[in-house]
Each structure stands twice: as structure tokens, then as C-alpha cells.
Design a protein around this ligand. Structure first.
Ligand code: ADP
Ligand code: MG
Length: 404
């Protein structure tokens, strides 16, 4: 499917590019007042058409930022040259107004602002040139310079609004697409987990049972028995991973959605993790501004908070505090878990939720995946603001409960 859209896009691109090239060439050949003179004007016009055509054709295979910038600069020069070299064709002024619109096609906001600025500076220079030196050739500007300039500025504002609205929409669509990709990933992992985990859990239980028998069998030496204990420990870890995985794959109907009091759950979770935090002298501070309720499953909601607060404690330095806040924002309950620990880079934040992604020597890398799943299940959102060395703020939003 992707290949079909790709080849379709490629075809459309080349059709558009060749059409533009054909229009530029026809500008050179058809009814051109400088045609046949082969002076500086005509030659530089021709060179610009060639450069612009090559850039346009290259762009599909090498869509680098530098090439984009080159296209915009060459196109600007091209339109200004048209304006300057063919003063009798007053409609070329219209092109000048729409130069920044070209960069909208590349969805590159920096390029757009650059193009807008470049266009503004160029038009001021052009007005200066016309009014001070060469007014006779552009009577429409000389007769009403202010009116023409105001129109130019208005056209730039219109182009800006078009850019602003399209860009916002594209960004939203991109975000939506990423979210869909993410939930697809979760769905696949869930199905995979369900299939594999059961198959592994049974043989594990059998092996563990035998090992527990051997561990208690005094006919084995103490050394051997210690090895059995070690093997049982390792199997326990494996079992833990599997149970975590299975909790993702559980069918929905097993979990009832109920009215959950956020304050009560947060209190119980922070009490539970209090002693875990004390291991590294980390205090957990809880601030709940008002009573709020959400529609969720208490056990899963606890699991979500435990995972996030545990991560915050694990990322914290000795003595740091972890702040947990909850409050209401319009129709949403907002819970934040803020630590001042090691933080994450942008790439690390993007990788969160990928199964087995963990930077800890004893991590399972499943915690965040489970969290994403739970948040999604109860129509919530989760965001991360993090900077390396400064800490992380995890923000969870759930709609307030409509259950009575
Ligand atoms: P685990 O905790 O088992 O490693 P998680 O899925 O809970 O797995 O977390 C994945 C990784 O994300 C962690 O290993 C850690 O590197 C990073 N991470 C999660 N939360 C934080 C946080 N608050 N601060 C810094 N890193 C974090
Ligand atoms: Mg974790």
C-alpha cells in the first residue's frame, strides 16, 4: 500500500514539476519581447530557468533542506528578474506577492519565515530603485506607490494566514498519525503477549516446582541447593515479566470500569511506595488540590501510578523528592509526577512504551508500555517533559467521571 501511494506521489510530483518547467520554458519562447536578442537579459533568464528546473527535478530524489533553500532563493531571484527585465508585463508584480507561498509546499516553517523576510527586504529595495532611479519604466508603481505597497503587505499577510492554518492542520494530522501508529504497536504486542505468555508460563511452573523440591532435598550439597535457589529466583523474574505482559493482553471485559476517587488511590499508592522511596532517601510529596473522580479500573489505575512513580524514584538522585500533584482542569483530572532526577533525551522519550525498552540493568522495559495501554483504555493522555540532568514531569489527563 505504501509503495502504491509512494509511486503515485512520485508521479504527481513529476507531473507538477514538468508542468512548471513547461510554463517557464514557454515564458522564454512564446511571445517573449527579448526573444532573438540573446542579450544579458535573455541569457540570464534562460540560465535561471535551467537551474530552477534542475533543482525541481532533483528535489524528489534528494529532498534536503539545502536544496529546498536553494529552490526558494533561485525562485525568488527568478521572479524578481522577470519583474525587472520585463517592465512592460506589469502582471509579474503579482508573482512577487506570492513568492513566500512556494515554501508553504515544503511544510518548513523556518524556510517560510526566511522567504517572507527575504521577499520583504527585496520589495523595499525594488521600490527604492523604482522611485529613486527608474520610475518611468513602472508607471503603475510610480503613480500610486503607497497603494501598491499596501497591497503587497496585505498579500503577505494573507499568505501568512494560509501558511499558519495549513501548518497547524498538518501538525495535528501528523500527531494523529503517530498516535495511531502507537496504538497499532500496542495492539500487536498485546496479541503477541496473549499467545506466547500462556505457552511459556506452564512449562515454567513445572520446572519451578521441581526445583523447589530439589532445593529442599537434603541429599544435595549446600552448594547445589544454593544454585537451585538462584535458578528459582531467575524463574521468578521470568514469571514477573510474563505476568506484566499478560496484564496488557487481558480481555477488556475482565476489568470493570468504575468511579475512582483519585485522591484516595493516590494516597494509597504513595503510602505503598513510601518505603521504596526511603531506600534512597527520596520523599514522595503528595498535593491534591480538590477531590476528583475518573471512570477507570481501580487496580489498573493503581498499576499506572505505581509504574510512573517507581520510575520517578528510580531516576532520582539520593535525597531528591518526587512530587505528585492532582487537580482539575475544566473537564479533566490532571495528575503530575515530577522528579528532579536524571531526565531523558528527546529520542528516549519517543522510545517510551516500546516493549523491553529499558536503560536499567534490572529493568523489564514493560512498565511504560503497560501505562500507555491503561491510559489509552480509559480515554486519557500521557505527556512527558524531560531534560537530561534536570528531571522529568509526567502529565496524565483523564476525563472526569460521568458515572453517578
Ligand atoms: P523499566 O522501569 O523496567 O526500565 P519502563 O518502561 O518503566 O521500564 O521505563 C523505560 C525506561 O524509560 C527506563 O528504563 C528509563 O530509562 C526511562 N524512564 C522512565 N521514566 C523515567 C523518568 N521519570 N526519568 C528518567 N527516565 C525514565
Ligand atoms: Mg519502570
Amino acid at each position: 500500500m505504501k509503495e502504491i501511494t509512494n509511486s503515485l506521489n512520485k508521479k504527481i510530483y513529476y507531473i507538477v514539476a514538468w508542468t512548471v518547467i513547461a510554463i517557464m520554458i514557454s515564458g522564454l519562447l512564446i511571445d517573449n519581447p527579448r526573444f532573438g536578442e540573446f542579450g544579458v537579459v535573455y541569457i540570464s533568464h534562460s540560465i535561471l530557468v535551467v537551474i530552477l528546473s534542475v533543482c525541481l527535478l532533483l528535489y524528489r530524489t534528494n529532498g534536503s533542506a539545502i536544496l529546498r533553500l536553494t529552490i526558494i532563493i533561485v525562485a525568488s531571484i527568478y521572479f524578481y528578474i522577470l519583474f525587472l527585465f520585463y517592465p512592460e508585463t506589469s502582471s509579474t508584480y503579482v508573482f512577487l506577492c506570492f513568492i513566500p507561498a512556494l515554501s508553504i509546499l515544503y511544510f518548513d516553517s523556518k524556510l517560510f519565515y526566511f522567504s517572507l523576510l527575504l521577499n520583504f527586504i527585496s520589495i523595499v529595495i525594488i521600490y527604492g530603485y523604482i522611485l529613486l532611479m527608474d520610475g518611468m519604466q513602472y508607471p503603475f508603481i510610480e503613480e500610486d506607490p503607497i497603494g501598491n505597497f499596501v497591497n503587497f503587505v496585505a498579500s503577505q499577510i494573507i499568505v501568512y494566514f494560509i501558511f499558519y492554518l495549513t501548518n497547524g492542520r498538518i501538525k495535528k494530522q501528523q500527531l494523529y498519525y503517530e498516535q495511531i501508529q502507537h496504538s497499532e504497536r500496542l495492539k500487536t504486542t498485546g496479541q503477541l503477549a496473549a499467545a506466547v505468555a500462556h505457552e511459556i508460563r506452564n512449562p515454567l511452573t513445572v520446572v519451578k516446582g521441581f526445583l523447589q523440591l530439589f532445593e529442599k532435598d537434603s541429599s544435595y550439597s549446600v552448594d547445589r541447593q544454593e544454585q537451585f535457589t538462584l535458578m528459582i529466583d531467575e524463574l521468578n523474574t521470568a514469571e514477573q515479566v510474563i505476568s506484566q505482559f499478560l496484564s496488557v493482553a487481558k480481555p477488556d471485559k475482565e476489568n470493570v470500569t468504575e468511579k475512582v476517587n483519585v485522591k484516595v488511590v493516590l494516597q494509597s499508592v504513595t503510602d505503598l511506595l513510601h518505603s521504596y522511596g526511603l531506600l534512597h532517601d527520596n520523599r514522595i510529596e503528595l498535593k491534591v488540590t480538590e477531590d476528583c473522580t475518573i471512570s477507570a479500573n481501580t487496580i489498573e489505575f493503581k498499576q499506572l501510578l505505581i509504574n510512573i512513580i517507581k520510575n520517578a524514584i528510580e531516576a532520582s538522585n539520593i535525597g531528591d523528592r518526587v512530587l505528585v500533584t492532582a487537580g482539575r482542569e475544566k473537564d479533566f483530572v490532571v495528575i503530575q509526577v515530577i522528579d528532579q532526577g536524571q531526565g531523558m533525551s528527546e529520542e528516549q522519550v519517543v522510545s517510551l512504551g516500546t516493549p523491553f525498552y529499558s536503560l536499567k540493568s534490572k529493568g523489564t522495559g514493560l512498565g511504560m508500555m503497560i501505562c500507555f495501554n491503561i491510559v489509552e483504555k480509559f480515554n486519557g493522555t500521557i505527556d512527558f517533559q524531560s531534560s537530561i540532568g534536570h528531571g522529568t514531569a509526567v502529565t496524565i489527563r483523564f476525563p472526569t467521571s460521568k458515572l453517578s
